[in-house]
Design a protein. Structure first.
Length: 673
């Protein structure tokens, strides 16, 4: 028989609490917030029942990810689909069960009158966890890895990323984000009202977890037996975010072991500390005058992998291929980290941009003079022109005091193409106009393009080129097709620049330097997508072309290995200008410089450090204590790790990496050379 409905309290009236020695009345009270008036309440583990539904919801997002693109991987790793799905979702189920046990323990530990608050809180937390799991599904589709705090902080201005996000938001995803948490709350609340412990549901969840865990190979064999896609998909996005937050808050410095002897530190020191007097190491083939003007073009998100100038099968840069007969093309140049924020510092200041826990400026060390500063003191006009937004490049701290003019597309009245900026044509138009303003005065301009940034939006009316016709890659074909199109468009804008210089009689008197801030990955050949996450070639190796028809007639290619830190010293070497004493880089024409390049990445959950030297590329995963070695002459796509076969080379290059990290930490934190 149903009890009579409770009468509402009058203002100021008190109602007696249930007697704590009455189990039935206490149980009814604890779940009262989840029940309609007069309904019977559960007597056992309501929070744990809710956790089972959370586990189902989290596992469902992983199943959706698996069938969205990873189904074929189960065949590659010789796992039945059911076992593969269990493997990619068992950590999420385990996370939900642990959270439920914690919540149930808190519910039983608090006074009876607070139990309903615990249940309500767990219901809210469950909805938030499912919401984040759906977000994690979208992040994995885009980047093939979980979201971390470092990735969240990378988007320092969320409004800038709205175009990239909008490209990947589907109606179904929006529906899941909005409806999923409410549906979970309804199902979990209903489950909490049931009598008895959830034995059968818990047994199923535990069996599922055991099946998934059993499918996982031993940790030391993980990367040999499973693809990285499935291994990363199996990570719990909630635990990865928590782990990355703890790592960031504790500022944990990884251990590297012993550094190299002192003589290996010398190339890392500033030019002043090395005793460099500024003598030229570039010697032209003729007595032709050196150029007076400099244009540095940084192509956003452009590495060598998809440039026909560097052997790509896609004819993306026919204009640069043609102009190579008037240029020196460097084949072994690297970004020190595949992220704009780092590359802008190395390209502007000719110092290593920092370490994951110590970004320039750091401690007491200020920034050295920029190339623009040196040339301005010699009477040059200087400008930084960007058809994106300067909010991303932090113009106030990096560029504001180093160029006479610092402009982005908003200063030109150009229509935005995406939330990141306008089309590349706007930068070239502004550069040509700026050159014409004072035709007789030497100039130095740094042009940073933007259109090749995700989401790779083509210019209005531009014809699409079917680069992938007939044989698209298995992952991200649509995105790669757009990227190849806009890369071809950037090449066309560079052709406009070369033509404008020739029309004005400035070609022989102008040095045009073309590089990229970093590359871009499209899960080919590795599983990674985007940039800033790894130290693979497709993200780090960048173009570098020095163009001047008078100096470089006939063209040539150079296999010297270097990095962004070396670009400015190489420019001053060609101009015959004394470089800044506080620069760390060296001219790529200097035969005595060490032919190596250092790099790092920390936007995933690992600290990765590496060095390229000769045919070898060494990578140290400082988080997991693993080392990798690749022979880029025989294996340019880094598919075969040969570290076990070359322990001596690994030991030597590990000491070089340790020396670089140790020296940079001290160099950036104090005023020393």
């Amino acid at each position: 028989m149903r009890p009579a409905p409770k009468q509402p309290l009058e203002r100021g009236e008190a109602r007696a609490l249930p007697s704590p020695d009455s189990d039935a009345r206490a149980a009814s009270f604890t779940s009262h917030a989840l029940l309609p008036d007069g309904a019977d309440a559960p007597t056992h583990a309501p929070v744990l029942r809710m956790a089972v539904w959370l586990a189902i919801g989290l596992a469902a997002t992983k199943v959706a990810s698996f069938y969205n693109g990873e189904l074929a991987l189960s065949q590659r790793v010789d796992l039945p689909p059911v076992v593969a799905v269990a493997f990619v979702s068992y950590k999420d189920v385990l996370f939900a069960l642990r959270l439920g046990l914690l919540g149930e323990g808190v519910r039983r530990a608090v006074p009876t009158r607070h139990a309903r608050t615990v249940e309500r809180g767990f219901l809210i937390v469950s909805g938030a966890c499912l919401f984040y799991a759906v977000v994690g599904f979208a992040v994995h589709r885009a980047l093939h890895r979980p979201l971390t705090l470092a990735l969240l902080l990378l988007v320092r201005d969320a409004a800038l990323a709205r175009s990239s996000v909008a490209e990947r938001v589907t109606p179904l995803l929006l529906f899941a984000l909005v409806v999923g948490p409410f549906a979970l709350a309804a199902l979990a609340g209903r489950a909490a009202r049931r009598q008895g412990p959830p034995r059968f549901a818990l047994a199923c969840a535990i069996a599922w977890t055991a099946l998934g865990a059993r499918a996982a190979p031993p940790q030391q064999e993980r990367w040999k037996q499973l693809s990285q896609e499935m291994a990363r998909l199996s990570l719990s996005p909630h635990l990865e975010l928590l782990q990355s937050a703890i790592q960031a808050l504790t500022a944990r410095r990884p251990a590297f072991g012993d550094a190299s002897p002192a003589d290996d530190v010398t190339p890392l020191r500033t030019m002043r500390a090395r005793g460099y007097a500024g003598s030229a190491t570039f010697h032209p083939d003729s007595d032709a005058p050196r150029p007076r003007n400099v244009i540095l073009v940084t192509l956003e998100s452009v590495g060598t992998k998809y440039m026909s100038l560097y052997g790509s099968p896609y004819a993306t840069t026919p204009e640069l291929v043609a102009e190579a007969s008037h240029a020196i093309v460097f084949d072994g140049v690297y970004a020190h980290a595949a992220q704009t924020y780092w590359s802008a510092r190395a390209l502007t200041l000719s110092v290593y941009p920092g370490l994951p826990w110590c970004i320039l400026p750091c401690g007491d060390r200020g920034a050295p003079p920029a190339l623009a500063t040196l040339l301005h003191e010699r009477g040059y006009r200087t400008a930084f022109l960007h058809n994106g937004t300067l909010r991303w490049l932090h113009a106030g701290t990096l560029l504001g005091e180093r160029y006479e003019q610092v402009e982005d597309y908003t200063d030109w009245g150009s229509a935005p193409l995406t939330s990141w900026g306008a089309e590349d044509r706007a930068s070239i138009d502004r550069l040509i106009g700026w050159i014409d303003e004072q035709p007789g005065r030497p100039f130095m301009a740094h042009v940073w393009t933007d259109q090749t940034h995700d989401p790779y939006r083509e210019s209005p009316g531009a014809p699409a080129i079917e680069f992938l016709a007939g044989k698209p890659p298995p992952h991200h074909a649509a995105e790669l097709a757009r990227y190849l199109d806009v890369l071809h468009g950037a090449d066309a804008q560079l052709a406009r620049l070369f033509a404008a210089l020739r029309e004005r009689g400035l070609a022989d008197d102008t040095l045009v330097v073309i590089t990229g801030d970093h590359g871009e990955a499209f899960a080919d050949p590795h599983s990674d997508r985007g940039h800033g996450l790894t130290v693979h070639e497709e993200e780090l190796r960048v173009p570098l072309m020095f163009w001047n028809p008078r100096l470089f007639a006939g063209g040539r290619r150079v296999d010297t290995i270097g990095g962004h830190v070396d670009v400015n010293p190489t420019i001053t070497d060609v101009l015959g200008v004394t470089p800044a004493a506080d620069w760390q880089g060296s001219s790529l024409f200097d035969r005595d410089r060490p032919r190596r390049a250092y790099f790092a990445a920390d936007y995933a959950t690992e600290y990765l450090f590496g060095v390229r030297e000769g045919r070898w590329k060494y990578v140290w995963d400082a988080t997991n204590g693993e080392e990798h070695l690749f022979d880029l002459l025989d294996d340019p796509e880094e598919l075969t790790d040969v570290a076990p076969l070359h322990p001596d080379d690994c030991g030597r290059m590990h000491r070089e990496v340790a020396t670089w990290v140790s020296y940079e930490e001290a160099f950036l934190a104090a005023r020393r050379d």
